[in-house]
Design a protein around this ligand. Structure first.
Ligand SMILES: Cc1cc2nc3c(=O)[nH]c(=O)nc-3n(C[C@H](O)[C@H](O)[C@H](O)COP(=O)(O)OP(=O)(O)OC[C@H]3O[C@@H](n4cnc5c(N)ncnc54)[C@H](O)[C@@H]3O)c2cc1C
Length: 398
């Protein structure tokens, strides 16, 4: 790296992880170039829950007013029984969360967050139609190669290219692991289910082998739902495709009316096969590192993938900002050693919920419900109370 000039940082992938990193770098006084394979910027999927550990960071990045105007602040998160919708547990969010953690819990449309990030970036930071095929690392720089034959040179490269990451391939020979489950996702006009949206809430109905989640997005005009069910899809099958609302209705036949009324109001659904990967021992090789789903893809059963990506992005930007001239590899090591333990734990717990959420009715289910029904107030502190910038202050690389 040239010691007298700012480092050239390249980010592969313009999803929520890559764009948050670009904004955090920009706010830290460092510029970067994002390379995105898609011909235009946008987000697929529907809803997203954003927890205080991430929203405090997004607010500090200047997005508070954009988020408050598009997101919903749910009053509570409720777990319910599949057959009669009786409440297993109700945890407060809303004002309680803001007071306890100093930042809100949002439910929102993914496209709204993506747009807020894009709007906050200076023009020209994202190059579209740029599918990276390889990163070649030398002693002083990295050469990125793209599918159209072009190249780019950078001092450090960040792979924010999602669960199928090309950059991860150079580090580890693993593959996405199919979970045996798929999700149907959809959006419903909230006027079609007025009783269910009278109070903004995140609601999860737990039943044998499957669970159903819904929460309001887009200022409360729409309700996002995610219906999980066991499937036999293999890794070769389509990752994300249009599903049939009738199939969701059939899979949830016999469930309470709260659930079936949401499904009945859905005109269109998409189907995603759920994959994750095991935590890995390292994310970085010298001048190349990973961020977000490329580093730690997880099942969505804690609603944490994007939250962890946002924490990653702010941590990495701070490490690069503080780097000694010419010592980017040490900055990447500092970032990785802070982030890997936490994201590995979240990956594991997300997998754990895959079993806990889907117990058949019986003794284990009754024990689970009893434990969930009397939660300690500090139960979520490790997740929501965490401030990655505070942790960085006291963190010594290992
Ligand atoms: C059903 C479901 C519900 C979820 N709910 C939540 C939730 O409530 N809260 C939460 O925090 N998380 C949630 N998640 C997880 C969250 O969506 C992901 O963790 C997050 O979007 C990952 O962002 P990313 O930017 O790392 O990856 P991606 O969103 O996959 O973005 C990767 C980007 O890189 C680009 N790209 C890929 N390869 C290349 C290449 N070779 N060259 C150039 N560009 C490339 C892609 O086009 C894409 O734009 C959920 C996930 C699912 C499936």
């Amino acid at each position: 790296m040239r010691k007298d000039t700012p480092p050239r940082i390249a980010v592969v992938g313009g999803g929520l992880a890559g764009l948050t990193l670009a904004l955090a770098l920009h706010r830290a006084g460092l510029e970067c170039q994002v390379y995105e394979q898609a011909p235009r910027l946008g987000e697929v999927g529907a809803g997203l829950q954003l927890a205080p550990s991430a929203t405090r960071l997004l607010h500090r990045l200047g997005l508070e007013s954009a988020l408050r105007s598009s997101a919903v602040i749910p009053e509570a998160m409720e777990f319910r029984r599949w057959a009669d919708s009786s409440v297993i547990s109700r945890g407060l969010l809303g004002e309680y969360c803001e007071k306890r953690y100093g930042a809100p819990y949002y439910s929102m449309h993914r496209a709204d967050l993506h747009r807020a990030l894009v709007d906050a970036l200076p023009p020209g930071m994202v190059r579209l139609n740029a599918r990276c095929t390889m990163a070649e690392e030398g002693a002083d720089e990295v050469v990125l190669r793209f599918a159209d034959g072009s190249e780019a040179v950078a001092d450090a490269v960040v792979g924010a290219d999602g669960i199928h990451s090309v950059l991860r391939q150079a580090l580890v020979a693993d593959r996405p692991r199919f979970s045996g489950q798929s999700v149907y996702r959809g959006l419903v006009d909230s006027r079609r289910i007025p009783a269910l949206v009278a109070e903004p809430r995140v609601q999860l109905w737990l039943g044998p082998g499957r669970h159903f989640v819904c929460y309001p997005v887009s200022g409360g005009r729409l309700v996002n739902f995610v219906a999980t069910l066991p499937t036999s899809a293999s890794e070769d099958e389509s990752w994300s495709r249009r599903g049939r609302a009738a199939d969701v209705a059939a899979a949830y036949e016999g469930w309470c009316e709260d659930v079936t009324s949401v499904i009945a109001a859905a005109d269109q659904v998409s189907l995603w096969a759920l994959h994750d990967r095991d935590p890995i021992e390292r994310w970085s090789t010298g001048r190349v590192t990973l961020l977000g789903d490329s580093a730690h893809p997880m099942l969505p059963f804690l609603g944490q993938g994007a939250n962890q990506a946002i924490e990653d992005a702010v941590a990495l930007a701070a490490c690069l900002r503080d780097a000694a001239p010419g010592d980017l590899p040490a900055a990447l090591q500092r970032y990785e050693s802070l982030r890997r333990p936490r994201t590995s734990l979240v990956q594991e717990r997300s997998r754990g919920n895959s079993t806990a959420f889907h117990l058949a009715d019986g003794e284990a289910q009754r024990e689970r419900d009893a434990a969930m029904g009397t939660p300690a107030p500090e139960r979520q502190d490790w997740l929501h109370g965490y401030d990655v910038e505070d942790s960085l202050e006291s963190h010594q690389p290992v």
